[in-house]
Each structure stands twice: as structure tokens, then as C-alpha cells.
Design a protein around this ligand. Structure first.
Ligand code: NAG
Ligand code: NAG
Ligand code: NAG
Ligand code: NAG
Length: 425
């Protein structure tokens, strides 16, 4: 009797542990996602091909870190059996935080219905906005275990807006059809992933790894790059600040070059209640923008620290350029030039910018300091641009309200181009 119940117990245990294992396997497949991105070589913007609609179609979107939602033009060739525009005052409209009822005076089509809700879409490059129809349709994204892309996973009713085509003009890359926003807002891509996959233990976190063939990870680390390195390990943290517009800011307290303080008006460096001042991160600005007085101080200091290297004729939009040949031979992290340190909330927490992220070969043989002058009265005092984030892992952790940053992955002999793109079925 005793032995048979023990036998029974063992069978029961092995069955239940098998069940547990397969459950955790399924849910672990649904709590991390990866989106390959590439850099458009004309505009320097980052583009992601996102699977949408029924049947699934890959559509190119510009990636906007601070964008509030995903918008796409629907005027032409929007063929999908699963398109739906929610009625005004529906729960979807409430989720998107719109109470505006849309009227459209042309023929009914995706993007043009009456009594649906309207929402503003923004072109982040031109700043132009246009009233657009809130819509829902399928969106699919690669699941991952942290390294290779795995099977596509579907969100059947992803909310986005259908914007007029004119919003694409004139500066988005050629074949792009919309903008994918990653901002801290109700229907951005990370927010909808979190609400859809929260049950599977999805962490409200995403990480940018920008490079010509880079990736964005959604969900918690670890993230791996070839040759099998966990790129989320060498990370420093600083509080993540969300502006009134849902944009991502961090606190930069001072700037050091060659370990020496650059004199700055520090009043500009803190963000006030209206969202003026402070340091924003942006994937739309290719190079870091500094308020005029900060810019002047930084370029003066950098040039002084690099004395002995002859300046050459500047290449727009930069103001300090050197003859590439006279700069020391390349180190693992790019040309050997003074480090630029962003000193964050604590004087021991430093985002160090090495040569690979501070100098850019603007034309053959001419290397320029990859920062631009924002002029006076800029909204943010510093906008950290894409070039300075390239080949750094930048993790936006909403649960802990913190930003993790790795510094240059080149140090660790890998880069953001090094995802193992071999898909696992
Ligand atoms: C720019 O990108 C396109 C498409 O990815 C490619 O065909 C072309 O060769 C690239 N041009 C340069 C100058 O790298
Ligand atoms: C919306 O209603 C207006 C009249 O109020 C009508 O002229 C228009 O054709 C309708 N639009 C659609 C897409 O049905
Ligand atoms: C520093 O910047 C603040 C804000 O723009 C300005 O009001 C103040 O006059 C500046 N201080 C100096 C010393 O320039
Ligand atoms: C990339 O991933 C595939 C599938 O897991 C694996 O077979 C291959 O060895 C990986 N490539 C490298 C260079 O590690």
C-alpha cells in the first residue's frame, strides 16, 4: 500500500514537473522580444521593418524613442482583413486618451470613417502634426530568449493611428511608411507589449542597441551578442526622468573632458516643471545637440585638450574638425582622443564617451567632433543623439524608473551589429 502510493506520488510529481516546465517554457518565450533595426544612410535615422496586418506584411517605420504612438499612412494599398477603427468613446479610445470624434469627407477606407476617434500624429523630424484615425490591427514581433530571433508572436489588436501621407514629407527615408514611437505614453509600442504580455512575466523594459544593423530588445535582460556575450552586464544606472510629454530624460550634473571639469552654467542642466532644461535622449537627432553656451565650452575645452592636432576646414554641421591622419592610431574604442564624461546623478556614475562615439569621419580624411550647436533657448540643454548611443546598450527600465547604460561595447570586442540573426524556428 505504502509503496504503491509512493509510486503514484512519483508519477504525479514527474507529470506535474513536466507540466510546469512546459508552462515556463511557453511563457518564457513570450516575455522577451527583439526588433532588428538598420540605419538609413541618407538621413541617419533608424528604421525597423515591423510585421503588420493580415496577411502579414513587413512595413518600414522610423524609430522614435520619444514618440507617443505608432502611426502609418493608410491612404494607399492598405489591404488587411483585420483592420478595425474603434468607435468614438469606446474603451480603446479611452486607452489612447482621446475623446475626439473623427469625421472624414472622402470615400470610406482605412483611415477615413465617421464616428471613429481622432488623435494627433507627429512627424518627429519636421514637427508637423496631423489629425489621424485611431485604428487597430495585427502586429507581430520576434520573440527571443535573449540572443537569436525566435518565432513571431502576434498582438491581434494593436492600437495605432492612420495618418495622412503628407505627414511623411519631405525628410523621412524613401520607403518608410510611418513612425514607431517608444515613448512613455499609453499606446506606444513598449506600453502595448507590456499590457499584452504582462501575464507572461514581461518586464516593462526595453533596450536600444544602435548600430547600422542594430536591434531593440523588449523585456528584461540578459541580452546576448556574438560571440555569446551578455551585453547587459557591464551596466551603470541613473534615474530615468519622464518629461510632461512622456519623453526620456536623465540628469547630467556636469561634463568632464580628460577628467577635468568643463565650466558650464549648471542651471540649464536641470529640467524644470514645464519641461525646460535638462538632458533628453533621442534617436531622431543623429548627433548630440548642446545649448549654445555649453557647446562653446565643450568644443573649446576639447580642442585645448587635443592641442597639437591641426584643425582643418570644418564640415557642416560640425564646428571642429581634425585631419584624421594626425590623430593617434585607433584604439579598441575608436580614435585616441580625450574622453568626454557625462557626470550623472552621482559624481561616481559616469557615462564615458570614447573616440568611437565622439569623433565622426565627416568626409574622407576629416574627423569632426560629433556634437552640434543647438543655439540659445533650446528646450532641453542637452539632447543625447544617436551617434553617441551607437554600440552602447541603453536600457529603459520603467519598473525601476532607471536607465542602464553599458558604455562602448567595442571595449568588450562586440558591437550592436552582432546579434546572431539566425532565426530559431
Ligand atoms: C545605402 O543603403 C542602401 C540600401 O540599404 C544600399 O543599397 C547603398 O549601397 C547604401 N549606400 C551607401 C553609400 O552606403
Ligand atoms: C461622414 O459624414 C459626412 C456627413 O456628415 C458625409 O458627407 C461623409 O461622406 C461621411 N464620410 C464617410 C467616410 O462615410
Ligand atoms: C544660466 O542659465 C540661466 C537659464 O537660462 C540664466 O537665467 C542665467 O542667467 C545663466 N547664468 C549665467 C551665469 O550665465
Ligand atoms: C547562431 O545561432 C545558431 C542557432 O542557434 C547557431 O547554430 C549558430 O552556431 C550561431 N552562430 C554563431 C556564430 O555562434
Amino acid at each position: 500500500m505504502a509503496s504503491s502510493s509512493l509510486y503514484f506520488l512519483l508519477i504525479f510529481l514527474s507529470i506535474s514537473s513536466f507540466t510546469l516546465l512546459s508552462q515556463s517554457q511557453t511563457s518564457s518565450k513570450l516575455n522577451k522580444f527583439v526588433l532588428p533595426i538598420h540605419q538609413d544612410n541618407k538621413t541617419n535615422l533608424y528604421v525597423a521593418n515591423i510585421y503588420k496586418r493580415t496577411p502579414l506584411l513587413q512595413i518600414p517605420f522610423v524609430v522614435d524613442l520619444n514618440g507617443r504612438l505608432l502611426w502609418v499612412t493608410c491612404e494607399q494599398n492598405y489591404l488587411s482583413s483585420t483592420y478595425h477603427a474603434p468607435r468614438c468613446y469606446s474603451t480603446q479610445c479611452a486607452r489612447a486618451n482621446t475623446h475626439y470624434c473623427h469625421t472624414c469627407f472622402s470615400k470610406a477606407r482605412p483611415g477615413c470613417h465617421n464616428n471613429t476617434c481622432g488623435l494627433m500624429s507627429v512627424n518627429p523630424v519636421t514637427g508637423l502634426t496631423a489629425m489621424s484615425e485611431l485604428a487597430q490591427d495585427v502586429l507581430s514581433i520576434y520573440s527571443t530568449q535573449g540572443s537569436n530571433p525566435g518565432p513571431l508572436v502576434k498582438i491581434p489588436r494593436f492600437l495605432f493611428t492612420c495618418a495622412p501621407s503628407l505627414l511623411l514629407q519631405p525628410v523621412l527615408p524613401g520607403n518608410v511608411q510611418g513612425v514607431a514611437g517608444l515613448g512613455h505614453s499609453p499606446i506606444s509600442l513598449p506600453t502595448q507589449l507590456a499590457s499584452h504580455f504582462g501575464y507572461a512575466g514581461f518586464a516593462p523594459t526595453f533596450a536600444l542597441c544602435l548600430a547600422p544593423n542594430g536591434v531593440i530588445f523588449f523585456g528584461d535582460s540578459p541580452y546576448y551578442m556574438l560571440p555569446g556575450l551578455d551585453i547587459s552586464l557591464p551596466v551603470g544606472y541613473t534615474p530615468l526622468i519622464i518629461s510632461p510629454l512622456g519623453e526620456y530624460y536623465i540628469e547630467v550634473k556636469s561634463i568632464k573632458i580628460n577628467n577635468k571639469d568643463v565650466p558650464l552654467n549648471t542651471t540649464l542642466l536641470s529640467i524644470d516643471r514645464r519641461g525646460i532644461g535638462g538632458t533628453k535622449l533621442s534617436t531622431i537627432n543623429p548627433y548630440t545637440i548642446l545649448e549654445h553656451s555649453i557647446f562653446k565650452s565643450v568644443i573649446e575645452f576639447f580642442t585645448k585638450e587635443l592641442s597639437g592636432i591641426p584643425l582643418v576646414k570644418l564640415v557642416e554641421p560640425f564646428e571642429v574638425c581634425f585631419n584624421s591622419k594626425s590623430i593617434d592610431k585607433r584604439t579598441r574604442v575608436g580614435p585616441k582622443v580625450p574622453n568626454i564624461d557625462l557626470v550623472l546623478h552621482d559624481q561616481h556614475v559616469i557615462w564615458r564617451i570614447y573616440g568611437s562615439n565622439s569623433l565622426v569621419e565627416a568626409t574622407p580624411g576629416v574627423s569632426c567632433l560629433a556634437f552640434v550647436d543647438g543655439g540659445l533657448n533650446t528646450r532641453a540643454a542637452i539632447v543625447i543623439g544617436a551617434y553617441q548611443m551607437e554600440n552602447n546598450l541603453i536600457q529603459f527600465d520603467m519598473a525601476r524608473s532607471r536607465l542602464g547604460f553599458s558604455s562602448s561595447l567595442l571595449f568588450f570586442r562586440t558591437s550592436c551589429n552582432n546579434l546572431n540573426f539566425t532565426a530559431i524556428p
